[in-house]
Design a protein around this ligand. Structure first.
Ligand code: SF4
Length: 391
């Protein structure tokens, strides 16, 4: 998304000026405004949020204030889209910086997913058994015994991580699938496997693989990776027919940075450490850690732990630093000492927040995120499915 440069007045604001002006604008807007803040936002933003959460919690929180005119979403683009889809038409959703996207969400687009789907349908509709009954296949002679009735073609159910564009959520809704988050991925995938025989999971291969393993599937024999830049995703037809999970080749640039070596090093320097990682991390990291779970799970686990406990955490640095500040009775550090914050979340700078709020005070809406009706209809179907199935 293109973001026009900030007016100079806002670009020049000192941190203290931006903070004071955000507070003042928020006061003037009162109940007309709700600010949602993702856990990965910097402290200077999160302090102004009415609700903090991960993408799942914020998708639900967006619906809590039907009386508010404006929902300012301090997160990334796909989150603002989900909020727009789930809220009534009269509510306006605003993303303070339109350039705040998600590199993982950008790893799958509608053209690629449609191509993958049609390839899969073609391959799965031609299981050897079905191919034998194709119109041009050799027919049994009338003297042969009654024809064998083949099993129906395997049914594939699409599941998209909430970290995806609205048109991909719409694709999923239109094809009988659901959205999931890192909190509810096992429930959503279990549901999908009750509806069909296989799951196409996108865009994060790691969450898909870790979820499949949690449900008891073997990553070596029951999962394949779909590379959108290779014919058949880089697979043979036989491998696609055999696989239970077809995992899109996408990843989170933040969580991919965590390694087994970092865990081993943390255990050497802190023998009593407990390691807690996000399921967007690679599977060897998840297997080596003591615990894994969504951002909300990480927060609750640390909150519930005993004073004096030590935690090495594999997730975004703003959240880890905030946990360390809020729990001074515990030792909390990030597994990767060099880690940078999620660069796209970081684009929600206080100057941008100040700019959108002061415009609202003047009656101007800037940076509205509006999903077109034809996309929104099916995307809502997929999001509502998640909220129902995973309630
Ligand atoms: S942390 Fe990863 S998945 Fe989350 S917004 Fe940033 S790039 Fe996207």
């Amino acid at each position: 998304m293109y973001q026009a440069p900030l007016p100079q007045e806002y670009a020049d604001l000192s941190p203290a000026e931006a903070d004071a002006r955000i507070v003042a604008a928020k006061q003037k807007l009162g109940k007309k405004l709700v600010i949602l803040g993702h856990h990965y936002q910097r402290d200077e933003i999160i302090k102004h949020a009415d609700y903090r959460g991960d993408s799942y919690k914020l998708a639900k929180d967006a619906n809590l204030h039907p009386e508010a005119d404006y929902i300012v979403f301090c997160g990334v683009h796909f989150m603002a889209e989900s909020a727009d889809i789930l809220t009534p038409d009269n509510q306006i959703v605003i993303l303070p910086n339109l350039a705040a996207g998600c590199s993982m969400a950008d790893m799958a687009n509608l053209f690629q997913v449609k191509k993958c789907w049609s390839d899969l349908e073609r391959v799965l509709n031609q299981t050897p058994e079905l191919a034998a009954t194709a119109p041009n296949a050799q027919r049994p002679s009338p003297t042969e015994s009654a024809p064998h009735i083949p099993n129906p073609a395997p049914r594939i159910i699409p599941v998209t991580y909430i970290n995806s564009a609205a048109n991909l959520k719409a694709f999923v809704g239109e094809h009988g699938g659901t959205v999931c988050t890192s909190t509810n991925a096992p429930t959503a995938v279990e549901w999908a496997l009750r509806q069909g025989d296989k799951v196409l999971f996108f865009p994060d291969q790691h969450l898909g693989r870790n979820t499949g393993v949690k449900l008891g599937y073997d990553p070596e024999t029951e999962m394949v990776v779909w590379d959108p830049f290779k014919p058949l995703g880089g697979n043979t037809e036989e491998a696609l027919r055999r696989a239970k999970f077809i995992l899109w080749k996408g990843h989170c640039s933040v969580h991919k940075r965590f390694t087994v070596e970092q865990i081993e090093s943390a255990r050497q320097t802190h023998p009593d450490v407990q390691v807690l990682v996000h399921p967007e991390c690679p599977i060897d990291v998840v297997r080596t850690a003591d615990y894994n779970g969504s951002t909300e799970y990480i927060i609750k686990t640390v909150e519930a732990s005993a004073p004096g406990s030590t935690w090495a955490i594999g997730t975004e640095i703003n959240l880890v630093n905030r946990l360390a500040q809020e729990h001074p009775d515990k030792t909390i550090f990030c597994l990767d000492s060099q880690i940078c914050p999620c660069s796209t979340m970081y684009r929600i700078h206080p100057s941008f927040l100040c700019w959108v709020l002061e415009n609202l005070v003047e009656g101007n809406v800037v940076n509205q995120v509006k999903v077109p009706e034809k996309v929104s209809h099916w995307a809502k179907e997929a999001l509502q499915k998640m909220l129902t199935v995973c309630a």
